[in-house]
Write a protein of this length. Structure first.
Length: 658
């Protein structure tokens, strides 16, 4: 649990006491059996704030009659991420009576920007309204002091109580149920779900979705991409950039088995063992370590129960009996897999022969404390690499790059960066340098390359001198290639053949940087049709066109496609239209698959009945003229009824790709 901005300087035990004192005027969630009614009016939202996942600002006044749950969060925070599944379960269980509102009160500068919050909403699949509280106004109104904090409000607009921290489901399940019963008995409850306009429904589909990490192997010339929000891994040839394999069905879940049947949930870091042709995967939201056998093409769970560990201090264990906590990245050395365990603020090690798993560094306390491995404190380590003697890791919540000895009797030391609330964008030496929530790090020929995520930069660190400098990026968010590139929250990076491969997360791209020239290009993936995005949350758009009356049994049918301005059909994917005809044939067939390599297509139709219907299923891969690496997939189903006895000799179907 994070300590709030209002008391940044108070990081001692005295601060905890003060925090508890400030909340004495606010009740905690009452115990089971207590009345679920409040007595203090809940402050309404200030005017002028920006809202997401809704087409209008909301107010507590208009939500009278609903049970309202405010979630004070910031999108960097692993604890805030951990409660999202619980919130989703509550939203679905009480869909017609409960309204969850995310109050995003940012820790980092970058998190104050509405567009970045929107990207986080998409990345975490948040389905409730979110207000951008970037000036901490709502935070102050409710005297919040920690992320995450949840405040429950009854249908009369009064505060029932609050809870700070994780483990929220049982607490709020009981409280919400009782608040609903109480309000129904008084006649103040108004049932009915809100009609929300979700951010995800405005988004075009892309082949990659928030890729989190990458790994490369020079011996086999392969690149592994964690296509995190599609819950799968892509195996790509470094020779021609073609997609060789897809690991995972694309549906979220925890299932072992063949590549096309296995399931992951937000996979992140990977480590490849070329001798065994095996890929180790940090399956973050499954709290598990998975193994993909590239020869047998099967996935196996090595460690983790599938449930988040809540033990403190964290407990060691073996294989599928040990509970893990948001493993975010991995690196392999010999028979040991080292794990950046973001959720428990530790580094762990997994013996790949015995499957014994145990903490390697960090007590589990969230802080930046150097010293002996067993006495040190880390803060959400999210990237890890090694030079063979030491482990280097991106400790994201303290915005530091740190080192831990592989020797179990060794120590942890901080190379660059500040502390929990000391961050920024300052090149320099040691503890005077400033980063902003770095997520990735890779060791290359004596240097560390760092994904300084919230600064939209790649930096280079000399671990001997502890000097860190900007290597790539201007700091502005963007996707510009060339000698003056831009990025958007890059989350991971790896190295092969003189090049850095960068998971440019919010751009849905893999970028390639030549270490000598510092020139950046975007990786074009070939064979895109071999890795179509998983099915949408909603069915693809469908439309039944007006009936066309023709005066001939052989009308001329033209399919005309209009792409967004500046776009073209992507040559790396095979666009197509599947046609099914009833009462007619097309090219003398009732079913056929036609490749689309042009925006205008003529199809000979033969009516075989007085009334006919053509069903068209379009899959169109398109991209910007100058950027084939970012591929969009447009899918639509059209039905065209036709009948004889009219005046038309030609039929034109126009499709506007959004």
């Amino acid at each position: 649990m994070k300590i709030g901005v209002a008391i940044l300087a108070l990081v001692s035990i005295a601060a905890v006491v003060l925090w508890q004192t400030l909340w004495r005027s606010h009740p905690r969630i009452p115990q089971e059996g207590s009345p679920m009614e409040g007595t203090v009016n809940a402050p309404d939202f200030p005017e002028g704030l920006q809202w997401l996942n809704t087409d209008r600002p909301l107010s507590l006044r208009e939500l009278r009659g609903k049970v309202v749950l405010l979630d004070f969060w910031t999108y960097c925070c692993i604890n805030c991420m951990h409660i999202l599944p619980d919130l989703k379960k509550l939203e679905r269980k009480y869909a017609d009576a409960l309204v969850v509102i995310g109050v995003h009160s940012a820790k980092f500068f970058t998190e104050q920007e509405t567009e970045n919050i929107r990207q986080a909403i998409l990345r975490y699949d948040i389905e409730h309204p979110v207000v951008n509280d970037n000036q901490m106004l709502v935070w102050q109104q409710y005297a919040v002091r920690a992320w995450p904090t949840l405040v429950l409000i009854d249908p009369s607009g009064k505060i029932i109580g609050y809870h700070a921290g994780e483990g929220i489901y049982d607490i709020f399940d009981r409280a919400i149920a009782e608040a609903i019963r109480t309000a129904e008995a008084k006649g103040t409850l108004k049932r009915g779900a809100l009609d929300l306009k979700l951010e995800r429904d405005k988004e075009a589909r892309t082949v990659l979705r928030f890729p989190g990490k990458v790994a490369a192997d020079e011996r086999t010339n392969r690149l592994f991409i964690a296509d995190s929000n599609h819950h799968r891994i892509l195996v790509v040839s470094l020779n021609d950039h073609s997609i060789e394999a897809v690991i995972g069905s694309g549906a979220p879940g925890l299932e072992d088995g063949a590549f096309d049947q296995a399931r992951f949930n937000n996979p992140q870091g990977m480590a490849y063992d070329p001798d065994a042709d095996t890929l180790y995967i940090a399956d973050t939201d499954n709290h598990a370590i998975r193994k993909a056998d590239l020869r047998k093409r099967v996935v196996e769970t090595l460690a983790g129960t599938g449930e988040q560990s809540r033990a403190y201090p964290p407990r060691p264990g073996r294989g599928r009996e040990v509970a893990l906590n948001s493993p975010w990245d991995v690196v392999v050395k010999g028979d040991t897999l080292y794990i950046a365990m973001a959720g428990s603020h530790q580094l762990w090690r997994l013996n790949l022969k015995t499957l014994e798993a145990a903490p390697h560094a960090g007590t589990g306390r969230e802080a930046c404390i150097d010293g002996k491995l067993s006495a040190s404190a880390l803060a959400q380590p999210s990237g890890i690499t090694t030079d063979g003697k030491r482990l280097y890791f991106a400790d994201s919540e303290v915005s530091c790059i740190r080192a831990a000895d592989i020797d179990p009797d060794g120590e942890v030391e901080t190379l660059v960066g500040g502390d929990l609330f000391e961050f920024g964008d300052v090149d320099g030496v040691g503890r005077q340098a400033r980063l902003q929530h770095p997520l990735g790090v890779v060791y290359v020929d004596g240097f560390l390359y760092v994904a300084d995520t919230y600064n939209n930069k790649i930096k280079r660190l000399d671990p001997r001198t502890r000097r860190i400098e900007t290597f790539l990026g201007t700091g502005a968010a963007g996707a510009r290639d060339g000698e003056n590139p831009t990025f958007d929250e890059p989350g991971g990076l790896c190295y092969a053949h003189g090049k850095l491969y960068i998971a440019d997360t919010n751009n849905h791209l893999i970028r390639v940087a030549d270490l000598k020239t510092k020139r950046v290009t975007t990786l074009p993936l070939r064979g895109l049709e071999n890795a179509p995005p998983p099915p949408l949350h909603r069915p693809p758009a469908s439309e039944t066109l007006q009936t066309v009356s023709v005066n001939t049994a052989t009308p001329a049918l033209t399919l005309q496609i209009r792409l967004p301005q500046g776009h073209k059909l992507n040559p790396n994917g095979k666009s197509q239209v599947r046609i099914e005809a009833q009462g007619a044939t097309v090219q003398r067939k009732t079913e056929l698959l036609v490749p689309l390599d042009t925006l205008s297509l003529e199809l000979p139709v033969q009516l075989t009945a007085a009334r006919a219907a053509l069903s068209l299923h379009l899959l169109i891969y398109h991209c910007r003229e100058e950027q084939e690496g970012l591929c969009y997939l447009y899918e639509k189903r059209l039905t065209l009824p036709m009948q004889q006895g009219g005046v038309e000799r030609t039929v034109k179907i126009e499709v506007d790709v959004q």
